[in-house]
Design a protein around this ligand. Structure first.
Ligand code: AHG
Ligand code: MN
Ligand code: MN
Length: 285
């Protein structure tokens, strides 16, 4: 239960929605005949998850705005309070292949679009063999197992392991900059690290949170701001990874410092252990 704190209420509503979203994936794996504001074809499950979360989150007292990767404009539901930015279904291209997906959320105390420094909490649901939630708030990262209406705390202080183990880099190698490619070669030749890339950012980032390492979806030659969205993906995962003692970067600074122009701005995303992110920024200088 929540103590009336709207941040806790939003987190609880998202956790409660996870079971229904997961159940709603069945039969909604085909493409809808629509595109999202980023110009990507929507899966039926993208639309379903977005409508379910919009309805529930916009009804919470203390929430002023609901913004989503799946809709051009925000749902404005109050004059002040929290702005909740959601990637309703991250990795929906994994639907057809039945691989990991997630729901990502950022809770801001400024109207959207907002910098990550305006986040008061963020987290994700991971639809894996077990449905889990990772949530960062006040500098602490907690992990829960979700089953039905139950949310069980399984870790009340997650920190990135000191010794990194995994790496995963998105985009196509020919589209990477020479500097980024040189960095990846260095990482690949490090025999203490191994490749873990599943095509859903949230599954890949959760591996970094669990085992230590680095995930990146970098700037590309034909997409200098990369693919991932600042409000709905970059900021929420940067906030959580930094709360877990790691670092984030858009290539030159913490992703949380990036000043947005538009709700659907993209951002190059690199998150993981400090020393790997430092080496990455040196490589991109
Ligand atoms: P979404 O399904 O919310 O659009 O996110 C997909 C993203 C992210 O999850 C993943 O890291 C990336 O797209 C994979 O992109 P490619 O298909 O270009 O590899
Ligand atoms: Mn996504
Ligand atoms: Mn999505």
């Amino acid at each position: 239960m929540t103590d009336g704190d709207p941040v806790d209420e939003v987190i609880e509503v998202i956790a409660q929605s996870a079971t229904e979203i997961r159940r709603g994936l069945v039969g909604r794996r085909e493409d809808a005949d629509a595109e999202n504001p980023s110009g990507e074809t929507q899966a039926e499950a993208d639309v379903y998850a977005d409508e379910l979360l919009a309805d529930r989150i916009s009804s919470i007292d203390g929430v002023r705005q609901y913004g989503s990767e799946e809709r051009q404009e925000t749902v404005d539901c109050g004059d002040d309070g929290l702005s909740v930015a959601v990637d309703p279904l991250d990795g929906s291209s994994n639907l057809k292949s039945n691989n990991t997906m997630g729901t990502v959320f950022g809770i801001y105390d400024e109207p959207l679009p907002a910098p990550g420094t305006a986040l008061v909490a963020s987290g994700w649901i991971l639809y894996g063999p077990i449905t889990t939630m990772a949530c960062a708030r006040d500098g602490t990262v907690r992990k829960y197992e979700l089953a039905g209406d139950e949310r069980s705390l399984v870790d009340d202080g997650i920190t990135l392991p000191d010794d990194p183990l995994v790496y995963g880099f998105g985009g196509r190698v020919p589209d990477w900059s020479e500097a980024f490619e040189a960095f990846t070669r260095e990482v690949e030749s490090d025999d203490s690290l191994k490749l873990r890339y599943g095509g859903a950012m949230i599954g890949d980032v959760n591996q970094v949170l669990t085992y230590g390492g680095i995930f990146a979806y970098p700037a590309l030659e034909d997409a200098p701001r990369g693919k991932l969205r600042l409000q709905f993906e970059g900021n929420p995962i940067a906030y959580l990874v930094e709360a877990a003692g790691g670092s984030s970067s858009d290539g030159t600074q913490s992703i949380l410092e990036v000043e947005p122009d538009d709700l659907h701005d993209r951002v190059p995303v690199h998150v993981g252990n400090d020393e790997l992110i430092d080496r990455l920024e040196d490589a991109l200088e």
